[in-house]
Design a protein around this ligand. Structure first.
Ligand code: ASP
Length: 299
């Protein structure tokens, strides 16, 4: 049993973070790992572990998902999320939804209670209401940090698609449970100053999120590039057709195919081997198993 999480990749400048802030990031990452791994220890399936770990990070204002999501150019907040069960290939996702407290749980509802895989915008919100998914008012999602980032991006007339300055914080988790089943989940507010209606890689099965019986993958980075390179499935495909390890596959796509500075991913294979490569300055990440719980930001 093991769980791996990320809290986004990007230009994470050491100088811009105080010791207290660094400690806060580590603390939330640890809490997410302990929550997810705690469920695995109780014998719960990997899908429960990844959903719960992602929820902890969605509930924190520090990460660009759920509560701490970034603003669109129109001052709205639109979130994307996906979840996938590797043992069955069952999956669910939501895109461009507003006001939903935990988009990852809505994605799971789509997986379990609808015949569809991906619901977007108003339709996803109507589905959420029908299934008593929690909503929060706009103030809940409002953080001064995100507002400042939007103002900065607007001044520079920049989409922040280049992951410069503070653009990080998408969250994800992958896990293997006691039965050897794998699962993956990813949740994000997308890119600061994005056009409303823009959908990134996170909710797209095979691009930002994927799990099968070989490997589970969750990505973070410039969504458009992850979509074009079908990154999450690329890891699975390399393993399936070339017989390479999760680490070899993950490093190949992140270091050789993807442009420098574009992002990173986390992966776990059916034997519990993990990979956490990134080609950005840093990536919030960590793992927990029966031996240790470790969190990292830079090296
Ligand atoms: N991949 C996310 C997106 O493009 C952003 C991120 O990972 O920071 O929506």
């Amino acid at each position: 049993m093991k769980i791996v999480i990320h809290g986004g990749a990007g230009v994470i400048n050491k100088d811009n973070l105080s010791e207290t802030q660094i400690a806060e990031y580590h603390q939330v990452l640890k809490q997410a790992l302990e929550t997810g791994y705690g469920l695995l220890k109780q014998g719960k399936p990997a899908i429960d572990a990844v959903e719960s770990a992602v929820k902890v990070m969605e509930d924190s204002p520090l990460f660009n998902a759920g509560r701490g999501s970034v603003f669109t150019a129109e001052n709205t907040i639109e979130t994307d999320a996906a979840i996938m069960d590797g043992s069955t290939l069952e999956c669910g996702a939501v895109a461009a939804v507003q006001g939903v407290k935990n988009p990852v749980s809505l994605a799971r509802k789509v997986m379990e209670q609808s015949p569809h895989v991906l619901l977007g915008g108003k339709g996803a919100e109507a589905f959420a209401r029908k299934h008593n998914i929690a909503f929060e008012p706009q103030e809940y999602f409002y953080t001064d940090k995100r507002k400042e980032q939007l103002e900065k991006a607007k001044q520079k007339n920049q989409l922040n698609l280049d992951h410069s300055d503070d653009k990080y914080g998408t969250v994800g988790a992958v896990a293997i449970d006691q039965n050897g089943n794998l699962a993956a989940a990813t949740s994000t507010g997308g890119m600061t100053n994005k056009q409303f209606g823009r959908i990134g890689d996170s909710p797209l099965i095979g691009a930002g999120t994927y799990a099968n019986d070989l490997v589970a993958v969750s990505c973070t980075g410039i969504g458009e590039l992850f979509i074009k390179n079908v990154v999450a499935y690329d890891v699975a495909a390399q393993m399936k057709y070339l017989g390479v390890t999760a680490k070899e596959a993950a490093e190949k796509i992140i270091f050789e195919t993807m442009p420098q500075g574009s992002g990173g991913l986390i992966a776990i294979d059916k034997n519990g081997n993990i990979a956490m490569p990134f080609n950005t300055k840093g990536m919030f990440r960590g793992y927990a198993d029966n031996e240790e719980t470790k969190t990292f930001i830079w090296e």
